[in-house]
Design a protein around this ligand. Structure first.
Ligand code: TYD
Length: 206
C-alpha cells in the first residue's frame, strides 16, 4: 500500500471519465463482485444529493447563473460534506468505497472552465482522502457524447458540450499518479468490466 492510506482500514476506488463512459454501470458490476466476496461496499457519487449537490444540479441547465468561482466553491463544499458524512466514516469502518466522480472531475471540468487543475488537486488533497485507485474510463469524446444523446436519449447539459469535453478529456489524459489506471471503455459493458477487474485484482486480492 502506498503512504497516504496506511492509516485507514477500508479501500477507496474512484471512477472518473467524461460523460457517457459508463462509470455508473461499471461501479454496479464491480460492487456485485466485491459483495459476493463478502466485502461491504458503499457505492456513492458526486455531485451528491445533498444541499450543495442539489444546487449544482440546477447549474446543469444554466451554467451561467453562477460565476466560475461560485461553481468551483459548490463542488468543494459538496465534497467536504460527502467526505465527512459518507466517505471517511465508511473507510474508518473498513468498508469498500466506490465513488462515481471525485476531485479529479473538479480538476478536469472546472480546469476546462479556466481554473488551474494542479491547484484544484492540491486544495482537495488538504481534506479529501486520496483514493487507493482511480480508474479513468477512456473513450473518444464523440463516443461519450453519442452515448449520452442517442443511447440515453438525454440532452447534453451545460457541462457536456463537445468543445468543453475536449478540454476535460485532455486534462484527464494529463493526470499523473501511481494510483491512476486507464481503461479503454469503447467496448461493451462486460468487456470493460473484465478490464476493470484486471486493474483492481491486486488491490482486492481477487
Ligand atoms: P454526472 O456523473 O454526469 O451526473 P448525472 O449522471 O447525475 O448526470 O455528473 C454531472 C456533471 O457534473 C458532469 O457533467 C461533470 C460535472 N462535475 C464537475 O463539473 N465537477 C465536479 O467536481 C464533479 C464531481 C462533476
Amino acid at each position: 500500500m502506498t503512504k497516504h492510506n496506511r492509516n485507514r482500514k477500508g479501500l477507496f476506488v474512484v471512477f472518473e471519465g467524461i460523460d457517457g463512459t459508463g462509470k455508473t454501470t461499471q461501479i454496479e458490476m464491480l460492487a456485485r463482485v466485491l459483495e459476493q466476496k463478502g466485502m461491504t461496499v458503499v457505492a456513492t457519487r458526486e455531485p451528491t444529493d445533498g444541499q450543495y449537490g442539489q444546487k449544482i444540479r440546477k447549474l446543469f441547465q444554466d451554467r451561467s447563473s453562477a460565476t466560475p468561482e461560485q461553481e468551483l466553491q459548490l463542488f468543494m463544499d459538496d465534497r467536504r460534506e460527502h467526505v465527512r458524512e459518507v466517505v471517511a466514516p465508511a473507510l474508518a469502518a473498513g468498508q469498500v468505497v466506490l465513488c462515481d466522480r471525485y476531485y479529479f472531475s473538479t480538476a478536469a471540468y472546472q480546469g476546462a472552465a479556466g481554473h488551474d487543475p494542479r491547484t484544484i488537486i492540491a486544495e482537495n488533497e488538504k481534506f479529501a482522502p486520496i483514493p487507493d485507485l482511480v480508474i479513468i474510463l477512456e473513450a473518444p469524446v464523440a463516443v461519450g457524447v453519442h452515448r449520452v444523446q442517442k443511447l440515453r436519449g438525454e440532452i447534453l447539459n451545460d457541462f457536456e458540450q463537445e468543445s468543453m469535453l475536449d478540454k476535460v478529456a485532455a486534462i484527464f489524459a494529463d493526470l499523473e499518479g501511481d494510483y491512476i489506471r486507464r481503461v479503454d471503455c469503447t467496448g461493451d459493458a462486460a468487456t470493460v468490466h473484465r478490464l476493470v477487474l484486471d486493474q483492481v485484482a491486486e488491490l482486492f486480492s481477487l
